[in-house]
Design a protein around this ligand. Structure first.
Ligand code: XBP
Ligand code: MG
Length: 252
């Protein structure tokens, strides 16, 4: 029986990466480095999960002349990333990012039907909070029994650690849950933890191959083809996810 849904954040709950990209670029400008990540470069850099790790990889690969000396680099990146997080959460709070279609309806339906909710994400906790509070209201962090985020684990996606932490916090076996993801890094992380996974493609992952996913759709809302909205949509989405989960049980 499906007991919990475990959501990725970036690309799954919302198309956040353009706001992240803007926040990185603004933080670079403020820090006085002449770096600008355009969309093709950012798409390549998204292979590295975690903002601090992404900046470190950029410096290692590009060796920009205005990068800090290697002895100071980790501290410099950490400071820059704190500023990036403040810029990003500000953009979210101003309403620049919205939940993807069907997400709010599904969360409400799951809560009303006793399906537990969790988050497993590479992004920082303040980013999760700003998105949930801005789009769902001041109590929304409390909707989720487990929020495994950012540096709570040592190894970020595609390692399974963040999903394993969410399972531990839920106290559930992997097969009682369904993960929702948008990227191969996320899919590999969830599958590595043994959690069956539904993929909703996102703007930066639409050309990825999702081997091993239970289902791959353009948008969660595509799971329901007729024109329903609100509570009805949420209930129907949950039914579809339950059916996908049950079909796995039947398969073995
Ligand atoms: C998301 C990420 C994050 C964000 C930036 O991946 O990789 O790094 O882009 O967040 P996923 P931070 O959706 O697979 O969790 O800057 O806070 O790290
Ligand atoms: Mg994602």
């Amino acid at each position: 029986m499906l007991q919990a849904l475990i959501f990725d954040v970036d690309g799954t709950l919302a198309e956040t990466e353009e706001a992240h990209r803007q926040a990185f670029n603004t933080a670079f400008a403020e820090a006085g480095v002449g770096w600008h990540w355009d969309q093709p470069r950012y798409k390549a850099l998204l292979q590295v999960t975690g903002g601090k790790e992404r900046i470190a990889r950029f410096i290692a690969d590009e060796q920009p002349p205005d990068a800090p000396a290697s002895a100071q680099q980790a501290e410099w990146i950490a400071r820059l990333h704190i500023r990036k997080t403040a810029i990003y959460t500000g953009l979210v709070a101003e309403g620049h990012v919205s939940l993807r279609p069907g997400i709010a309806e599904l969360l409400v339906a799951a809560r009303s039907q006793g399906v537990r909710l969790a988050i497993a994400t590479t992004t920082n906790l303040p980013n999760v909070e700003s998105l949930l509070v801005t789009s769902l209201g001041p109590d929304a962090m409390g909707w989720f029994e487990a929020i495994a985020a950012g540096d709570a684990v040592k190894r970020k996606k595609p390692a399974p650690d963040v999903f394993e932490l969410a399972l531990l916090q839920l106290g559930l076996p992997a097969r009682a849950c369904l993960a929702l993801e948008d990227s191969t890094n996320g899919l590999d992380s969830a599958l590595g933890a043994g959690i069956p996974t539904v993929v909703t493609r996102s703007v930066y992952t639409d050309d990825q191959q999702f081997v091993g996913a239970v289902s791959v759709v353009e948008s969660l809302a595509d799971l329901v083809t007729d024109d329903v909205t609100g509570a009805e949509l949420g209930g129907r989405l949950l039914d579809e996810l339950r059916a996908l989960h049950n079909s796995l049980g039947a398969a073995g």
